[in-house]
Design a protein around this ligand. Structure first.
Ligand SMILES: [Zn+2]
Length: 169
């Protein structure tokens, strides 16, 4: 094999690996539901789901954590599915903006689960302000709410934010 052929082959293999990786993340997650059999009407939360993606503006990586909470109505969602849905909208092959992904995760789960309410919080550190430009590593916070979490008269939102703030693994 000549050096040219070798270089060509390496390039082809890289392209193949990228394709394989894209396929891995491209599949919309099937969200399996379980019927709620217990009388449970409080928050169910999945905290600190790690994510990485690239910002649409600079194509520089950002990484952080997703926090999802909901109050179930008739259905419960498998815990791993909240991580799957987060990863679907925020993964290394995706260029997006944090606020958009926050809404997407909420809308995707809400449509399937039809809960009493849902909340999604993302805390992320963006390379585009930490590594370049102003070079001030800091945390970007976004939030989306629906149902009881959007209702000012109820405590669900502040309860959930307390969980987010006290979260430790
Ligand atoms: Zn950016």
């Amino acid at each position: 094999m000549t050096l040219y052929e070798l270089k060509h082959q390496t390039k082809k293999e890289t392209a193949k690996r990228i394709k394989k990786m894209e396929l891995e993340f491209k599949k919309a997650p099937a969200v399996k539901l379980f019927e709620k059999t217990e009388k449970y009407d409080q928050i169910i939360a999945q905290l600190g789901i790690p994510i990485t993606a690239k910002c649409e503006h600079h194509e520089v990586q950002f990484h952080g954590e997703v926090f999802i909470g909901y109050v179930p109505n008739k259905w419960l969602v498998g815990l791993s599915k909240m991580a799957r849905v987060s990863e679907y909208f925020l993964n290394p092959t995706i260029k997006t903006i944090q606020e958009k992904a926050t809404n997407q995760i909420l809308n995707y789960l809400e449509k399937i689960l039809k809960p009493v309410g849902m909340i999604v919080v993302i805390k992320a550190s963006h390379g585009c302000i930490g590594l370049r430009g102003v070079k001030k590593p800091s945390l970007t916070f976004t939030m989306a709410t629906s149902g009881c979490f959007a209702d000012q008269r109820q405590n669900h939102k502040s309860d959930f934010l307390n969980l987010v703030n006290s979260y430790k693994i």
